[in-house]
Design a protein around this ligand. Structure first.
Ligand code: GLA
Ligand code: ZN
Length: 674
């Protein structure tokens, strides 16, 4: 789909489930889809029951028909493998495919995303189906992507999984002694004598709440194991279809910052990233931008596909608010602005039954084109036709990066203390928002990514420092990089075992500090510090630290630790390492990020109010500046580059004013070089 010679424009389409409809309605659907400038349909997402009605019968008649019809109408196909919901006969005959929940409850047939990832039955039949589909449809040259299963996720605590966990542990640790050491099982006399003693960590064993465990080590390893078990299912299907259709790129639709799956590991096995964007009714523009950015980051900045978004409304939020006029278009371009080369919907046609019948679609229950939503979809489709291939493959060049690490997220999630209000993603967002509002390009990187092409790296709550990561940071700073980390960093290794000798452990020399204690502030409690004449709140956690070479930039003003540093800077080699010892507010983060960027020579793309998001993408055609007005009113922006708005061909000189009405978008193609 992406980076394929078959793709000449931003593909525009979505999930189409014709098996839910009488065949004599399909031609009319095709007419409507063409009218809306739809050029790709995702087929076959939930058809396993129809494709394989029994253990040894397969039936592709309906799929053949719709594949042919879509092809005849000149549209491309994203072909799903249908393995995200197993057929009823399979559950009846092979109950090992049924998952067991966190509370130990064995599930019956029902729902979806419901197969045990370690079930031999599931693996056997899902792979067989994927291979059969590839074999049958390999000659269709309009298949531009495989879509394996759908939104992989969840977890399982069944006996298959328990056995597989023991094997996984044996492979990782070799001896039971090594397991005992890694999990510190001498605590409360939990020593294991044999791998068979180990049971899955859930409400029947180590957990007393979903994120409260008596042993972080086992819970953390279970998270890794579960993510890898599900990834194995994806990889098995990947191999099956890849062997038959080696030229068709393969993806599965991810879900942004979805905690249970380590997408940085998953990305290594996906040809391109695709993800489903369903902002909560009260999501901010930065919440969504963060997710797009993260999805771009897990594949080292390669363009991604927006696989799903609703054209208008979801059915599963507590308040299913309509996307206001212009918002679907704005949010579609927001995806493109952050790196998407494909924009798709769930769904192309509303079903009449079951739980998604009130979920928005291109073709509504009214069944015709005379709706607000259809008109907006058609307008956007026409624009994508006009843009053609211009923006395809464009990349964002960032000099700044934010470190995001799933293991670290899990470890902070399971941490017993210091505060229930400490949420990894919130702290990431605090810093990301500052970059976003300043219009400074920033990448999300994992701990395996190279730091050398960045000049400023922020690692909020780097609680877990994996072996070797401190050295990576040390070299980065020594060579002139600027590094910033925060409270609750450097505490543990990759097993959640504390690095003794003083916090922040292995980061101590780089930061030039010693954190002696940390104070968790209840909800409304607040300390303060004054930085460059402005007083800011200190909330959540306040580290009580001593400088060991670092310079204190400001100090707490209340309580018994008044006078101790709240922000420090340590010159280290040719660079500097900052430590923000407490949480503050958006104004503070903006000031700090802006200051360090300025010192590092990183400039904002342009200054705009926070409600005007500006991003940059560059390819051989030039640099595209995306201006997105998320506000309810029009804004004038004084441009700092000459260029042409590729949406309406209006040309601007450097210094001209761009008037951007409420919810409107401009994409200015400039000859700016980075
Ligand atoms: C997810 C699924 C789709 C559909 C939508 C509804 O993203 O992948 O099948 O259920 O949610 O919003
Ligand atoms: Zn299982």
């Amino acid at each position: 789909m992406i980076e394929s010679s078959k793709v000449q424009k931003i593909l525009y389409g979505g999930d189409y489930n014709p098996e839910q409809w009488a065949e004599d309605t399909w031609e009319e659907d095709m007419r409507l889809l063409k009218l809306a400038h739809i050029d790709i349909v995702t087929l076959n997402v939930f058809s396993w029951a129809a494709l394989q009605p029994s253990e040894d019968t397969y039936c592709f008649d309906k799929l053949d028909k719709i594949m042919d019809m879509v092809t005849r109408h000149g549209m491309k196909i994203c072909l799903a493998t249908s393995t995200a919901a197993h057929p009823a006969w399979m559950a009846r005959k092979h109950p090992d495919i049924l998952r067991t929940e966190f509370n130990g409850m064995k599930r019956k047939f029902g729902s979806r995303h419901n197969s045990c990832p370690n079930s031999p039955t599931y693996r056997k039949y899902s792979v067989a189906l994927a291979a059969k589909l590839a074999e049958r449809y390999k000659s269709y040259d309009n298949i531009v992507s495989w879509h394996i299963a759908n939104e992989y996720g969840g977890e399982c605590y069944c006996e298959n999984c328990e056995k597989a966990f023991r094997v996984w542990l044996q492979d990782k640790y070799k001896t039971i002694d090594a397991v005992n050491k890694a999990w510190d099982t001498a605590f409360w006399g939990h020593t294991f004598y044999d791998f068979d003693d180990i049971v899955l960590p859930n409400m029947l064993s180590e957990h007393f709440e979903v994120n409260r465990t008596t042993f972080q080590g086992i819970s953390l390893d279970y998270r890794r194991f579960n993510s890898e078990s599900i990834l194995d299912c994806f990889r098995l299907e990947y191999d099956a279809v890849h062997a038959i259709t080696p030229d068709i790129p393969i993806t599965t639709n991810l879900m942004g910052n979805y905690q249970p799956l380590d997408y940085q590991m998953w990305a290594k096995y996906m040809d391109f990233i695709s993800w489903d964007n369903y902002p909560a009714y009260n999501a901010t523009l930065e919440d969504t931008a963060f997710k797009h950015n993260l999805m771009r980051g897990i594949k080292q900045g390669k363009p991604f596909a927006l696989m799903e978004q609703t054209p208008s409304v979801t059915n599963w939020h507590p308040y299913n608010a309509l996307k206001r006029p212009g918002v679907m278009r704005l949010w579609s371009y927001q995806a493109v602005a952050h790196g998407a080369d494909t924009v798709m919907f769930f769904q192309l046609k509303r079903s009449i039954g079951a739980c998604e019948k009130y979920h928005g679609a291109v073709i509504d229950h009214a069944g015709h084109e005379n709706t607000r939503v259809f008109r907006e979809i058609t307008q956007l489709g026409a624009e994508f036709d006009k843009i053609g291939s211009l923006t395809l493959g464009a990349r964002t060049q960032s000099k700044a990066a934010i470190v995001f690490d799933w293991d670290n997220w899990w470890a902070t999630y399971y941490s017993a203390g210091p505060s229930v209000n400490l949420q990894y993603c919130d702290e990431i967002l605090n810093y990301y928002k500052a970059f976003n509002n300043l219009n400074i390009s920033v990448d999300f990187i994992g701990v395996e990514d190279d730091l050398s092409h960045y000049s400023f790296v922020v690692a909020p709550v780097l609680y877990m420092v994996k072996p070797g990561y401190d050295e990576k940071i040390r070299q980065f700073v020594k060579n002139g990089g600027n590094f910033l980390t925060t409270f609750f960093s450097g505490y543990v290794d990759d097993h959640d075992l504390v690095t003794v000798g003083g916090y922040p452990g292995k980061l101590r020399d780089i930061l030039g500090i010693w954190v002696e204690e940390e104070d968790a502030l209840p909800d409304a409690a607040c300390n303060s510090f004054t930085y460059k004449g402005i007083t800011y709140p200190a909330t959540l956690l306040c580290d009580l630290l001593h400088t060991e070479g670092a310079q204190s930039l400001c100090e707490y003003e209340q309580d018994f630790y008044a006078g101790m540093p709240a922000l420090t800077r340590n010159e280290f080699g040719k660079g500097a390492a900052y430590y923000a010892a407490t949480r503050s507010n958006a104004d503070f983060y903006r000031t700090l990020v802006h200051e360090i960027c300025t010192e590092t020579g990183i400039c904002p793309i342009i200054d705009t109010p926070d409600c005007i998001e500006v991003t940059e993408r560059t390819n051989a055609n030039g640099t595209f500046l995306f201006f997105l007005n998320h506000d309810e009113k029009s804004h004038d922006i004084k441009l700092n580059h000459a260029g042409t708005n590729i949406l309406n061909d209006v040309a601007y000189r450097d210094g001209d004013t761009l008037t951007l009405p409420a919810k409107d978008v401009a994409i200015i193609l400039t000859d700016k070089t980075n």
